[in-house]
Design a protein around this ligand. Structure first.
Ligand code: 1HN
Length: 351
């Protein structure tokens, strides 16, 4: 029989006595904890979970009666993983929250070393300004605020606007280098006109001689209308993946790689009746449903989803998707950081 790494030697009285004596010197025996440090396969503290938007929407809108966006800095309800309460985490490495901005409000300019994405869940008329350049939000749009760029939010429309924030803040906090600062004046000065980043970088061309960032995409606004239309056309080719349907990654036009150093982002289309093959990956996945109804089965847990719901699939959990209607799912993941460190693994099928 092969040796198991998850066995622990017996803690005899003599050993316990010895541990007590070395404890004073801030030392402890590895053999008492090695089975926890080296599991045979990845172990996650996170649980699969779905946040049903219809049930939480009223509570989210009520936050506007409690506090203004300006006083809160960012008026967000954090989506806490049920088995990681109080840690501001949806998975080990990722943070997610639902942010609300009301007509006429502003959330002041600041910048920080963690990277963020926003995926628009409801409403229109609000914007995020990145270095003063506004990106006006429509449902299903992806807006990026990579590490250390100035960003503020505002709202010129007349309905509440809600988006899903995704950040790498648990990862950056774990590593240590968290930096943040408010913009040192009343408001950030206007930058390029809205849409400038798309004109410059979003039409399969790059400005001649431009120095393009290597760590994140120079495009910070990816519009749903274009994303959806690409997926819909691809679906007609019937060339779909057994686990993922038609799944596309948002990429930087400069590198062909993920939009940010630590977080990758995707949109996938599952046709009505889709019954996906089982998949697992060392990366964790946070989803937001744009259109459609279905279920994602994660181990023994069935996550039933519909439009605007958020759900999480933690690391190394077997899962598969089922769609009751044509469905569009946005997702983000900590995959790129694991890839860069040579740690990423995935498995298809039940093996
Ligand atoms: C942040 O800066 C925003 O800019 C949203 O909208 C959520 C969560 C943790 C830390 C910073 C934003 C955040 C955040």
């Amino acid at each position: 029989m092969s040796r198991a790494l998850d066995a622990k030697p017996e803690t005899t009285n003599a050993r316990a006595d010895y541990y007590g004596r070395i404890d004073k010197f801030h030392m402890a025996p590895l053999w008492e904890v090695l089975h926890k440090l080296l599991s045979h396969e990845p172990v996650t503290q996170a649980s699969p979970h779905v946040w049903h938007y219809d049930k939480l929407r009223g509570h989210l809108l009520e936050s506007a009666d409690q506090i203004s966006a300006a006083e809160a800095e960012r008026r967000v309800l954090v989506l806490e993983n049920p088995t990681m309460r109080g840690e501001s985490r949806i998975t080990e490495a990722l943070y997610a929250g639902l942010q609300l901005i009301m007509p006429g409000e502003i959330a002041p300019a600041h910048r920080h070393s963690p990277s963020a994405l926003r995926f628009i869940v409801e409403g229109t008329g609000a914007y995020t300004a990145i270095n003063g350049e506004k990106a006006y939000m429509e449902r299903g749009d992806l807006i990026l605020t990579p590490s250390w760029v100035w960003h503020d939010h505002g709202h010129h429309g007349d309905v509440p606007v809600v988006w899903l924030d995704g950040l790498d803040i648990p990862l950056v906090r774990y590593l240590g280098p968290v930096f943040a600062e408010p913009y040192p004046a009343e408001s950030f000065p206007p930058g390029h006109e809205a849409g400038d980043n798309i004109a410059r970088y979003g039409v399969n061309m790059l400005p001649f001689g431009a120095q393009v960032p290597s760590q994140h995409s120079p495009i910070f606004h990816y519009r749903y209308a274009e994303t959806r239309s690409a997926l819909e056309r691809l679906a007609r080719s019937r060339d779909q993946d057994a686990c993922h349907g038609v799944k596309m990654e948002y990429v930087s036009p400069a590198t062909g790689g993920p939009v940010m150093a630590t977080i990758s982002t995707y949109m996938q289309r599952l046709p009505k009746g889709f019954h996906g093959a089982t998949y697992q990956s060392t990366a964790a996945w946070v989803y937001n449903v744009v259109e459609g109804h279905g279920k994602t089965i994660v181990g023994d847990t069935v996550l039933t989803w519909g439009p605007r719901d958020v759900f999480v699939v933690p690391a190394w959990c077997h899962h598969h998707h089922k769609a009751d209607s044509d469905s569009y799912l946005f997702s983000f993941s900590d995959l790129p950081i694991q890839k860069k460190l040579g740690l990423y693994r995935e498995r298809r099928g039940d093996a």
